[in-house]
Design a protein around this ligand. Structure first.
Ligand SMILES: NC(=O)c1ccc[n+]([C@@H]2O[C@H](COP(=O)([O-])OP(=O)(O)OC[C@H]3O[C@@H](n4cnc5c(N)ncnc54)[C@H](O)[C@@H]3O)[C@@H](O)[C@H]2O)c1
Length: 320
């Protein structure tokens, strides 16, 4: 199999490093910034490189990992599916609800998929929590609370898209992993959202640097999510409450499960190995391409998540 990585910025480099380290498949790179292209090609010994997607798509590939800023996703997906390719598309699916819908339609009309790369689904704590909920270990789950924070998110990116609305930026969009996995845990359509967004520090931005999301699911699970681009420490937390048990998790710690039967907090072994997370994500994409496995997060799921991003953003912009 041969993949093209399109966009060799922060996450494009992560995927390239992963593919090379684990020798997952052949790989070529497309990057519009010539200096950056040369830098990653030299570092990871990539022989096949392109400056434009149009040029790259004249050559045969089994798939493309689209790692461009959110505002570029729609045009990039269109070109790839028109070239007959199923894509792995970095999250979130797009920069606007209209673009998200167009990507969804493009995939359906061309009978192609977009596997939306919400990578936390491949991390051990999230998989363990999902299994425990599905197995009914918590009884009836009624509350899922998550937080994600860190100013590192802004400095990681090679371009400025994370802080500009038209480019698909903002804390809600950028940290939409939390929306994706919370809805995966809740396993239910959304019935309403309420959101507060602030420019607590970055008054000059046209996007929020902090947000508090409240999401009600049709199965009466409430999701409560804090996001900020401000804290010096980059970290995530999860708390889940059910009638028969509870879960607490902080990254760098094991998942803790409150067992109602013996009234103790048990440690569930669940270290995150980030190399394995990104490795397993690409392996899943290759499995979808080669063996027609169903993408864990497809364009429909990515579009549904974007509806929540959009509704939260609109809610946060309502004023009295
Ligand atoms: N799954 C994750 O954990 C994760 C982490 C970071 C970023 N992302 C997602 O990956 C995508 C890329 O994010 P990033 O932080 O790597 O971005 P970045 O700014 O670091 O890199 C983007 C790259 O795309 C190139 N590019 C190609 N076409 C472009 C165009 N039309 N306009 C501007 N640049 C273009 C840029 O030159 C740059 O090298 C985003 O959708 C982002 O949300 C996902």
């Amino acid at each position: 199999m041969k993949l093209l990585i399109h966009g060799a910025g922060y996450i494009g480099e992560v995927h390239l490093r992963t593919i090379k380290r684990y020798n997952l498949c052949d790989v070529a790179v497309c990057e519009m910034n010539e200096n950056r292209l040369r830098e990653v090609a030299d570092l990871y010994h990539v022989e096949e490189t392109y400056l434009t997607l149009d040029e790259a798509l004249k050559h045969p590939f089994d798939g493309v990992i689209i790692c461009t800023p959110n505002f570029a996703h729609k045009e990039d997906v269109k070109k790839c599916v028109n070239a007959g390719l199923n894509v792995m598309l970095e999250k979130p699916i797009a920069e606007s609800l209209e673009a998200a819908k167009e990507i969804y339609d493009q995939c359906r009309e061309n009978d192609k998929f977009a596997f939306v790369a919400y990578c936390l689904r491949f991390a051990a704590p999230y998989q363990k929590i999902k299994t425990m909920i599905t197995e009914g270990k918590l009884g009836k789950v009624f509350s899922i609370r998550a937080s994600v924070a860190g100013k590192k998110a802004i400095s990681d990116a090679k371009t400025n898209y994370r802080t500009v609305r038209a480019l698909g930026g903002g804390v809600i969009s950028d940290f939409s992993h939390e929306i994706d996995y919370s809805l995966w845990f809740a396993d239910s359509p959304v019935s309403q959202v309420k959101c507060i967004g602030n420019r607590a520090v970055h008054k000059e931005w046209d996007v929020f640097d902090t947000a508090e999301l409240l999401i009600e699911c049709q199965n009466d699970i409430a999701l409560s999510i804090h996001m900020d681009f401000l804290q010096p420490y980059f970290g995530r937390t999860i708390e889940i409450y059910g009638t028969e048990g509870a879960i607490r998790w902080r990254d760098n710690e094991s998942v803790k499960f409150y067992n109602i039967a013996n009234e103790t907090w048990e440690d569930i072994e669940s270290d995150i190995n980030w190399d394995h997370v990104y490795r397993d994500e690409v392996i899943h994409y290759l499995d979808c391409l080669e063996n027609h496995a169903k993408p864990l997060i497809d364009e429909k799921s990515g579009y549904e998540t974007f509806k929540v991003i959009d509704a939260c953003t609109r809610s946060a912009e309502e004023t009295i």
